[in-house]
Design a protein around this ligand. Structure first.
Ligand SMILES: Nc1ncnc2c1ncn2[C@@H]1O[C@H](COP(=O)(O)OP(=O)(O)OP(=O)(O)O)[C@@H](O)[C@H]1O
Ligand SMILES: [Mg+2]
Length: 389
């Protein structure tokens, strides 16, 4: 997302303020020497490893540093006078006119750009633009600093694919475990319970002590059968595949309320219908994780799960009225994002893999986790201005 601040450059292109753009060592070169002269300023900008260029009011390049030559392959004489968007076949994240407006009102803009070098290589850069004004506040052009983040983006993509693969492997593993547990231990225990009933019937005159022992054994076996079935269903509810999300959620939520003593309201439309298997599984897992979080962390006596859909998207909302999360939320930038448990990051990953959006709001009034998943073509939107997080 683009961040903006209010610091226009009021200087000649060759004496651009260094504090935002140069490393500490490069900044020190400025100290104690007074303002750099034109050629010194250009030399200093050439010290930066980032691509730096300056455009005049017509959008033509009038300064192109060494970093720009190294990144894009065009020499300063080749680049000078050209329009950078055309020269670098820039893909902007939003229409150029919008960026121009932001730049004029905020004096600063940053975002990610896809560009093409002289040698036809595609690169992704983190680009920072600043409006350049002269001493009498007239706009003279703009300053642009591009940092190559191609490798980082590739690694992020690889990680995303890997984490998606890990999530689906975990789902497959859970499904296999659920079936094995149900079909092996579950069946053995059920068989043992039947045999015990037979023994009870066939014993001619058992003494009261033995009879009591047999009864308690039968009750233990019955409890074990139930436990194994619940464990198996929690690992992967068969209802989800067979009948669909509403029945699986009703089953899960009634068991959850019984175990946790948290009253949960489930609000589902009558005609929810069926979604793609991965969408249903993601929604079920997210309800499981959010309710487990409500139980473990919120101290809320109640919770509410709401599902609704439109032709293009399904919306899930899980709310509690507990003590709220004690963490900064919804950081788009992964470095700023606090380290959470596996639960919330796993939910984010599921949602991202399905092209959806997730938003968490929390305060002393409780916590709301809201998810949108696309069920048809088109990108879902939580509300105007919301971002994926
Ligand atoms: N409903 C909630 N109310 C209050 N705090 C919450 C709630 N949900 C999550 N949190 C806070 O957010 C943190 C991260 O949650 P997350 O589910 O990612 O991890 P976790 O539950 O601690 O561990 P796990 O990896 O087992 O899920 C929790 O430790 C808790 O502090
Ligand atoms: Mg959790």
């Amino acid at each position: 997302m683009a961040h903006r601040s209010r610091n226009a450059l009021r200087s000649s292109p060759a004496a651009v303020r260094p504090d935002n753009f140069l490393s500490r060592g490069q900044q020190l070169a400025f100290l104690g020497q007074g303002p750099p002269t034109g050629s010194q300023g250009s030399e200093l900008l050439n010290l930066a490893r980032e691509a730096i260029f300056i455009l005049n009011n017509d959008g033509a390049i009038i300064f192109w540093n060494r970093g720009a030559e190294q990144l894009y392959g065009w020499s300063p004489p080749e680049a000078t006078g050209r329009c950078p968007t055309e020269l670098l076949k820039t893909e902007l994240p939003r229409p150029a006119a919008q960026i121009e407006n932001i730049l004029r009102s905020e004096t600063y803009w940053d975002g990610e750009l896809r560009q093409t070098t002289k040698h036809e290589q595609r690169v992704t850069v983190a680009s920072r633009w600043a409006l350049w004004r002269d001493e009498s506040d007239r706009i003279c052009g703009r300053f642009q600093l591009d940092t190559d983040i191609t490798r980082r983006k590739q690694i992020e993509n690889e990680l995303r694919v890997l984490s998606g693969r890990l999530l689906s492997l975990r789902d497959e593993e859970r499904r296999r475990l659920a079936r094995d547990l149900h079909d092996s231990v579950g069946q053995l225990l059920a068989g043992a319970a039947m045999n015990l009933t037979m023994v009870e019937r066939k014993l001619p005159f058992p003494d009261p002590g033995s009879l009591q022992c047999l009864k308690s054994l039968a009750s233990l076996l019955e409890q074990s059968v139930k436990e194994v079935r619940t464990m198996s269903y929690l690992l992967h509810p068969p209802l989800l595949d067979e009948v669909g999300l509403p029945s699986a959620l009703e089953w899960y939520i009634s068991g959850f309320s019984e175990r946790s003593q948290i009253k949960v309201e489930l609000d589902l439309p009558q005609d929810l219908g069926r979604f793609r298997h991965d969408v249903e599984l993601a929604l079920f897992r997210i309800v499981q994780e959010t309710l487990t979080n409500v139980h473990r962390h919120s101290e809320s006596p109640t919770a509410k799960v709401t599902l609704s859909k439109s032709p293009s998207q399904v919306r899930l909302k899980v709310e509690d009225c507990g003590k709220g999360m004690d963490l900064p939320l919804n950081h788009a930038d992964s470095e700023e994002r606090p380290v959470l448990g596996v639960g919330i990051s796993g939910m984010r990953e599921r949602v991202r893999n399905l092209g959806g959006q997730m938003q968490i709001r929390s305060g002393s009034w409780g916590t709301v986790v809201e998810i949108l998943l696309p069920i048809a073509e088109g990108k879902p939107s939580l509300s105007p201005g919301d971002e994926a997080s």
